[in-house]
Each structure stands twice: as C-alpha cells, then as structure tokens.
Design a protein around this ligand. Structure first.
Ligand SMILES: NC(=O)C1=CN([C@@H]2O[C@H](COP(=O)(O)OP(=O)(O)OC[C@H]3O[C@@H](n4cnc5c(N)ncnc54)[C@H](O)[C@@H]3O)[C@@H](O)[C@H]2O)C=CC1
Ligand SMILES: C[N+](C)(C)CC(=O)CC(=O)[O-]
Length: 496
C-alpha cells in the first residue's frame, strides 16, 4: 500500500475523534463528517488531549500536524480519501447504511475500516458494491495512545485489503493484529465482555463496590496484563513446570461455580443507579477530560517503562514506541545549518505542554534538562552523530551540566534553543545552550555542558573520527569569534 496521505473519519465521537487525532499527529490530513452540532468542539478537545499526551510520549520529531477539515456530507468527506474510518454508533442498520454510502462515494482504491466493537464485517459489507475493500479496524480507547487495532475481514474482504490495512496502521504508529476468523466482538471485546458481566454481578450482589473492584485490578493483574497478557502470565504462574503444570493444577477449577457471567445481569434502573452513584463517588468530582488526562499520563508512563524493559530492548507497547520513534527520527528532515555561521546555532523549537507544568504553575526544572538534552542531540545530529552512528557503537555522553534558570516558561509558551561551541578537541565537546521565549526573545535558561566522545561498548572515551571532528572544527572556529556567553564558567553559589 502506498502511504496514507488523506484520511476520512465518519463519526467523530469518543472513538472517531481519537482516530482523527491519531491520523493528524501522524501528519495525515483528515476530513471529518459528524452531524453533532458540537462536533468541532468535541474533536478539538480530544485533539488537545492527544497533543498533550504526545508531548509527554516522545521528543522524536513528529511530522507537521495534518489538517482537520470538517465536511457537510459523507460524500465530500470520503471522496479523496486513501483510508476511511467509520465510527458511528453501534447499531447494525445505521452502520450498514453509512458504510454503503461511503462505498458509493469513495475512490475504488480506498480502504474502508469500521471501528465497530463487535458487529460482523460480513454483515456490514452486505450491501456494498465493493465489499472487498471493507474490514473491521477495531481500536481501543484512547485510539491516539493505545496502539492495538484488531483487523477482521468479512466473507468478501480481500487478502490484499488486510495486508494494506496492516501497513496503514503501522504507518500511524499502531499495532495491527489480524483475527483469523470473524466472530462477534472479535477477541478483545469477548474477553472484556466476560469480565464486564462478572463485574456487574459482583456489584449487583454487593460483593464489592466499583472502587474496590477497580482497585483489585489496578493493584494486581491489571499491571500484569499491560505487559505479559494472559497466557504468558499463567505460564509463569505454573512455576518451573510452566503452562502444562498450570493447566493441570487449575484446569479442574474451570468446572467449579466460580463465575456467573453466563447469565446476564438485569441492568434495571436500581442497578444502573447503584453503579452510577458508586462511579460518581469514585470520580470524586473529576471531569471526564480530567480523568482522560490522568489516564493518558499513566499510559505514557507505562509505555516509557516498557520502552526500557527487556534489558533495554523494549517490551510490548514500549518496543512498538521505540520502533515508531526510530522511524520518526529516520524520516525527520535532516538538520541543516551553515556550520561556518558566526552565530549560535538555532537547534530546537518546542512548546511548553501541560505535562511540563508543576505546582508552581510554570515549566518544572527537569523539563529544562530535557530540552537542553534534546538541544545537544540536535547539535550531535548536525555533526553526524545520529541513531545510526550510536548503533555502530560510539556516542557522546554528557559528563557535566550547569543550568541557570533566568525566567519562567508557562503552559503553551513557544520556546527555541540555540547552541554555541566554547571549545572542542578529539574527545571533548564544551557547549553553551540557551532556551529563549520565542515571543519575547528573552532567555529563560542556559546550560553549560561538557560532553565526551565514547566507545559505548568498551565504556571509555575515545577520539572521534575525522568525519565528526571536521564538522566540529568548522563550528568551533566559527564560534571562536563570538563573545563568551554571560554565565559561562559560572558555578553554583554566592559570590564570596
Ligand atoms: N467508546 C469506546 O470505548 C469504543 C467504541 N468503539 C466503537 O466505535 C464506534 C463509535 O463509538 P463511540 O465513539 O464510543 O460513540 P460516540 O457516541 O461517542 O460517537 C458516535 C458519533 O457518531 C456520530 N454520528 C451519528 N450518526 C452519524 C452519521 N450518520 N454519520 C456520521 N456521524 C454520525 C455522533 O454524532 C457521534 O459523535 C462504535 O461502533 C463503538 O462500538 C470501539 C472501541 C471503543
Ligand atoms: C465497551 N466497548 C465494547 C465499547 C469497548 C471496546 O470496544 C474497546 C475498548 O476500548 O475497550
């Protein structure tokens, strides 16, 4: 499949809005059709949450954000799209009608995915003229952060369509899994349905309340599931004899009356009110958007932890994030600069995200180090020390940093950083970076740093190769004519 350049989202609610964000943050223009009078506001709020989450998730250079274009009809929305994602309410007749309407207006080579939680693709594609290009692409909320998409073909879906869909979801940083046979609710939602039914019985029968049930999950097996899933968890639970022992020991329990979920609880008004009241108490006055932001921060933290898991190779969603970031760096515009320019190099442009703001209402201290770290990374890429160079076993390590905070940076402030080389030799790189407020041009912080070129396998400093030193020399000589930055050579402490 050629790259997705234009996407279309029909339905922009909880899921459709998050698909919009996922496509747009992957640099893809998105046309949207949703008759809801508040659709633009709702999708704008989802987009803001998504951008906040991505600012926490990665410092890799995202492509320029795709345009969001709100359309007045399905036809206008889908006519130029490479990928069309349907996310209207879970009603078969409504979905079938919308998908048939999409099919009639879409380009012959367009892919048509449905976000349905459990309807069969064969049923959805029944009235299409070109059913071969329709499939289920079932995501998990929030689509802009949870990478999994269940790809399910119907009786008339072509093999090529599923292959193209796999490439498409990979392009936007997601993990496509192909479900071998269509079945209602596919895999994830069947598992979730069983858990959900049992949970409702436990609340109905006053075994526990919603907070207790959620705590049982989040302080125990919920954490296991986030990285080991079910079967790997149980393999380990079988001890040295592994899965076969686990099955032998816990197989018989399956016949004991441990669960009731084969019967569906009667969601009568009393139970709805009981669950609603307990859920309200749990939320403790937090709005949905506030809960979404807490959820997103937690999900980012989990993915960061998994990114360094498995001995640093990454695990599960963390490895997927690492692979996606490597692609972002590889696809990023190669930094260009006139290395002989007699002025500090302009390296990084960024914006203070909500995740960077602390209880003092301004950018918190460790985020300055993050920006200075990304600034020195930007300088290193300019002299050819990029991920490929690092993979070849050499790098520059920072061995000393002195940061001065000169002012405050507030939520939403646009910032940029510059870098001046104070000196360099075959092993050392002495640099002075400054973060400026892009609007006022005032310096908000400086960092003086010493970096050492290393053989990362041997774990010792070695001379950098000529191809790097030549570039370093050009910059150092150009910067030799600059005034020594105010603050260079400073140390922490009061004047004696
Ligand atoms: N909410 C969730 O946790 C998940 C939902 N899904 C599936 O995603 C689909 C959408 O669900 P949600 O986003 O939760 O629902 P939602 O109610 O939040 O959003 C549905 C949107 O569709 C719009 N809409 C209604 N008729 C339309 C039409 N004819 N054309 C265009 N837009 C129309 C509505 O205005 C609304 O904004 C469903 O199939 C659902 O099963 C999938 C994964 C998770
Ligand atoms: C509750 N639900 C069936 C809509 C859930 C899903 O479809 C997937 C998810 O995000 O949990």
């Amino acid at each position: 499949m050629s790259q997705i350049k234009n996407a279309a989202c029909v339905g922009g609610g909880v899921i459709g809005g998050a698909w919009v964000a996922r496509f747009a943050l992957a640099g893809i223009d998105v046309k949207i059709f949703d008759p809801h009078p508040e659709a633009e506001r709702i999708i704008g709020e989802v987009m803001a949450n998504a951008e906040r989450a991505y600012a926490m998730l990665t410092m890799a250079p995202l492509p320029p954000k795709g345009k969001l274009i709100f359309c007045k009809s399905i036809e206008e929305t889908v006519k130029d799209a490479d990928w069309i994602q349907e996310s209207v309410p879970e009603r078969l007749e409504l979905k079938r009608g919308v998908i048939t309407q999409i099919d009639a207006a879409a380009r012959p080579d367009a892919l048509i995915g449905s976000s349905t939680s459990g309807l069969l693709p064969s049923d959805l594609q029944a009235e299409m003229k070109h059913p071969e290009r329709m499939f289920v692409a079932h995501p998990y909320n929030p689509v802009y952060l949870l990478p999994l998409v269940e790809l399910v073909g119907g009786k008339k879906t072509s093999k090529t369509t599923i292959e193209r869909a796999m490439l498409g979801v990979e392009q936007i940083g997601m993990k496509g899994v192909v479900i071998a046979k269509e079945i209602e609710a596919f895999v994830g939602d069947r598992l979730l349905e069983a858990l959900w039914r049992e949970a409702l019985w436990l609340i109905q029968d006053d075994i526990c309340d919603t907070e207790t049930l959620d705590n049982v999950m989040r302080y125990s097996f919920g954490m296991r599931w986030a990285q080991m899933g079910l079967f790997e968890t149980y393999r380990i639970a079988g001890g040295e004899a592994g899965m076969r022992h686990f099955l032998a020991q816990f197989g018989p329990c399956l016949k004991w009356p441990w669960t009731k979920f084969t019967d569906v609880v009667d969601l009568d008004d009393a139970l709805v009110e009981k669950i609603g009241a307990q859920s309200d108490a749990q939320a403790a006055g937090r709005s949905i958007r506030e809960l979404e932001r807490i959820r997103d921060e937690n999900l980012v933290g989990i993915m960061h932890a998994l990114k360094s898991g498995n001995g640093g190779e990454g695990w599960g969603a963390g490895k997927l994030l690492a692979d996606f970031e490597a692609k972002l760096w590889a696809n990023a515009k190669k930094p260009e600069a006139d290395l002989g320019d007699v002025k500090p190099l302009h390296i990084l442009d960024t914006k203070v995200s909500a995740a960077w703001v602390d209880y003092n209402g301004h950018m918190t201290e460790h985020r300055y180090l993050q920006v200075f770290g990304d600034t020195s990374d930007g300088l290193l890429r300019l002299i050819g020390v990029d991920l490929e160079y690092v993979r070849d076993g050499h790098s520059y390590y920072t061995v000393e940093t002195h940061i001065r905070n000169l002012g405050e940076a507030k939520l939403g402030d646009a910032l940029y950083s510059t870098c001046q080389l104070l000196s360099s030799d075959e092993k050392r790189l002495h640099l002075f970076s400054t973060i400026y407020n892009a609007a006022t041009k005032e310096a908000v912080a400086t960092a003086e740093q010493m970096m050492l070129h290393v053989d990362s396998k041997a774990g010792k400093s070695v001379a950098a190769p000529a191809k790097v030193l030549d570039k370093l020399k050009a910059i150092t000589e150009a910067h030799a004519g600059l005034p020594t930055p105010e603050g260079a050579g400073r140390f922490v402490g009061q004047k004696r």
